[in-house]
Write a protein that binds this ligand. Structure first.
Ligand code: B12
Ligand code: SF4
Length: 475
C-alpha cells in the first residue's frame, strides 16, 4: 500500500466576536497540494472537522478508517491543545502512526511543545512545504530525519533542533491549494457576518511575511523578517481559479499587510476587465499609513472587488503605538478611515487594550476615539503575548503573564495585568468596549436598516450573537 498522509483539521472553538463562520483548512490545503505534486507516489487525505462537522469521536473514526502512516495538524496558539489532541488520538489508534505539527505557535516554542506533548513526533518549524516533503521521504526510509533542515524532534529524551531552512524564493512556484480534497465541504465554508451564510468563503495567500516589526505580532518573525509576494499575474490566476473552479465568492487574503504602495497597481492591472471582479468580494488587511498615503490605489482596488478591509489601528495613544513599534501615527488612522469611506470600502478597525501603561482613563479615551472616527466595525482585543513575539519575551521575563492556558490566547481573554489595572479589570474594560459598540440602540437601528448591504448584513447577524453576554461571562 502507498504511504498515506492524513491531514486533520481539529474541531476548534470559534472566535465569537466575529459571529458565526466556518473557514476552510487553508494551511493544510496549501501543504497537501505541495506534497501531492512532489511525491506522487504518496496518498494524501484530509479530515476537515469544521467542513465535515466532525467531533472528536468522529476524528478518531476517520483516523481508524483511513489507516494513515502519518497524521498532521496545524493551529495557532489558541488551538495548540486541539492539535496535540489530534496527535494523541492518532497514537491511540495506532502507536506507529507518525505525528507531525507545525505553524506559528509550535515553530516559536518547539522544544517546550515537544516536552509538553510527548504524543507529537515531529515539529516542522517555519515554512512547511519543503521540510514536510523531506520528512515524508525520511519516514519512508529514504533519509535520516536528523539531516532535514527546519525539523525539531525528541531523541533519547532530548530535544533535537535541526538548523533552519532557507525560504522558498519564488512563491509563484507553489501549486494552487488542494481544494479537490474538500470538494464536498466547500458549500459549508462561510463567514456570515461578512458575506452572509450562503456565500462561499475561501482563504487565499498572496504573500508571506512582513517587513515591519510590531512587538505583538508573530508574522514577521515566523517568515524570517522579510516580505515575499506572489506576482500580480499569479494572484489574478489564483483568484480566478478559486472563483471559477472551486466556487469561492468571498475571498479572504491571508497577507497581514496588503501593501498598496508596492503592488496595488500591478494587481489592478492583472484583475481589471476580468468578469469575476463583478461578482467577487475580496477582503484584506492593511496598515493605516499605507492607506492614508495611497487613496487612488484604494479606489482602484475597490473597483476590482476589494469591498472590506481590516485596519491595524491598535491605539489612540502615541505612546502605545510607539511601544508596539507600529511605526504609524494616530493621525494616520483618521485619514485612513476617511479614505476608505470615500472609496466606499467597508472598514473594520482593530484596537488593542491592555498595554503596560493603559489605565481606565486611557482605555476610555480609546473607546471615545474609536467610536468618533466611525469605522463600520470596531473589534477590540486584549494585548496577548503570543510565543514568538517580543511582547511574549518581555512579559515572560518580567513575570507579567498570569494565565498560561494556551486555549485562552485568543485576544478576547485578558491574560496580563497592566501597571495599574488588574487582569480582571482589563477584562472588564474589554467588555465595556463592546458594550459601547453594541449597547448603543440608536447606532444599532441605523446599522440594521443601513443602505449599505455589508453593514446591514453585519448588524443583522451580530444582533443574534450574544457577544456582550459572552464577554460579560469572562469578567
Ligand atoms: C485566515 C486567518 C484566520 C481565519 C481562520 C483561518 C482558519 N482556517 O482557521 C479567521 C478569521 C477565522 C481567524 C481567526 C483567528 N485568528 Co487568525 N489568521 C488568519 C491568517 C490571516 C491566515 C492563516 C493562513 O491560512 N495562512 C496561510 C498558511 C499557508 O500559513 P501558515 O498557517 O503559517 O502555514 C505555513 C507554515 O506556518 C507551515 N505550517 C503551518 N502549520 C503546519 C502544520 C504542519 C503539519 C506542517 C508540516 C507545516 C505547517 O507551513 C505552511 C506553509 O508554509 C493568519 C495570518 C497569516 N498570514 O498566516 C492569522 C493568524 C493565524 N490568526 C491569528 C489569531 C490570533 C486569530 C484569532 C485568535 C483572533 C483573531 N485576531 O482573528 C482567531 C482564532 C480563531 C480560532 N479559534 O481558531 C494569529 C495567530 C497568532 C498565534 N500565534 O496564535 C495570526 C498569525 C495573525 C497574526 N498576525 O497574529 N484567523
Ligand atoms: S502587525 Fe501588521 S504591520 Fe506589524 S509586523 Fe505584523 S503584519 Fe507587519
Amino acid at each position: 500500500m502507498a504511504y498515506r498522509l492524513l491531514f486533520v483539521e481539529p474541531p476548534k472553538r470559534y472566535w465569537f466576536v466575529m459571529g458565526d463562520y466556518n473557514p476552510p483548512p487553508t494551511t493544510l490545503l496549501v501543504l497537501a497540494a505541495y506534497v501531492e505534486r512532489e511525491l506522487s507516489e504518496v496518498d494524501v487525505l484530509m479530515a476537515d472537522s469544521q467542513g465535515e462537522g466532525l467531533d472528536w469521536p468522529a476524528v478518531e473514526r476517520a483516523i481508524r478508517d483511513h489507516q494513515p502512516d502519518m497524521v498532521l495538524a496545524s493551529g495557532y496558539t489558541c488551538n495548540a491543545y486541539a492539535c496535540a489532541r489530534v496527535a494523541e488520538t492518532a497514537k491511540r489508534v495506532d502507536p506507529d502512526i507518525v505525528t507531525v505539527l507545525g505553524g506559528q505557535h509550535f515553530s516559536a516554542i518547539p522544544g517546550e511543545s515537544l516536552e509538553a506533548f510527548p504524543e507529537v513526533d515531529f515539529i516542522v518549524r517555519g515554512e512547511g512545504e519543503e521540510t514536510l516533503v523531506d520528512l515524508v521521504r525520511a519516514c519512508m526510509g529514504r533519509r535520516d530525519p536528523a539531516t532535514v533542515p527546519g525539523l525539531s524532534f525528541m531523541h533519547d529524551g532530548r530535544v533535537v533542533t535541526n538548523p533552519g531552512r532557507p525560504l522558498i524564493e519564488d512563491l509563484d512556484t507553489l501549486p494552487f491549494p488542494a481544494y479537490h480534497l474538500v470538494e464536498d465541504s466547500v458549500s459549508n465554508y462561510h463567514f456570515t457576518m461578512m458575506a452572509g451564510r450562503d456565500t462561499v468563503y475561501l482563504v487565499f495567500e498572496g504573500g508571506r511575511g512582513c517587513d515591519h516589526r510590531c512587538s505583538f505580532c508573530t508574522q514577521w518573525n515566523h517568515w524570517g523578517g522579510c516580505w515575499r509576494t506572489k506576482s500580480p499575474k499569479r494572484i489574478a490566476a489564483e483568484v480566478e481559479h478559486l472563483h471559477d473552479d472551486v466556487g469561492g465568492q468571498f475571498l479572504w487574503l491571508t497577507d497581514d499587510n496588503f501593501n498598496y504602495a508596492h503592488r496595488a497597481e500591478g494587481i489592478y492591472e492583472a484583475l481589471h476587465g476580468r468578469p469575476i471582479t463583478q461578482d467577487l468580494m475580496m477582503f484584506w488587511q492593511v496598515r493605516t499609513d499605507d492607506v492614508a498615503a495611497n487613496p487612488d490605489l484604494v479606489a482602484k482596488m475597490r473597483a476590482v472587488g476589494n469591498y472590506w478591509v481590516l485596519i491595524g489601528a491598535e491605539s489612540a495613544d502615541p505612546e502605545s503605538l510607539e511601544a508596539f513599534a507600529k511605526g504609524t501615527r494616530v493621525s494616520d488612522t483618521g485619514r485612513c478611515i476617511d479614505v476608505l469611506r470615500e472609496s466606499d470600502v467597508f472598514t473594520q478597525a482593530m484596537w488593542v487594550i491592555g498595554s503596560r501603561h493603559d489605565t481606565h482613563e486611557s482605555i476610555e479615551r480609546l473607546r471615545d476615539f474609536s467610536q468618533s472616527l466611525g469605522p463600520k466595525l470596531n473589534i477590540y482585543t486584549a494585548l496577548t503575548p503570543f510565543p514568538g513575539t517580543r511582547c511574549y519575551q518581555e512579559a515572560k521575563a518580567k513575570g507579567w503573564i498570569e494565565n498560561d492556558n494556551w486555549a485562552d490566547y485568543d485576544m478576547v481573554h485578558a491574560v496580563m495585568p497592566t501597571e495599574t489595572l488588574a487582569r480582571n479589570e482589563v477584562q472588564g474594560e474589554l467588555y465595556r468596549c463592546y458594550k459601547r459598540q453594541y449597547g448603543n440602540w440608536g447606532r444599532n437601528l441605523v446599522g440594521l436598516f443601513s443602505r449599505n448591504r455589508l453593514e446591514r448584513t453585519m448588524y443583522r447577524h451580530m444582533a443574534g450573537q450574544s457577544v456582550l453576554r459572552r464577554l460579560r461571562e469572562l469578567v
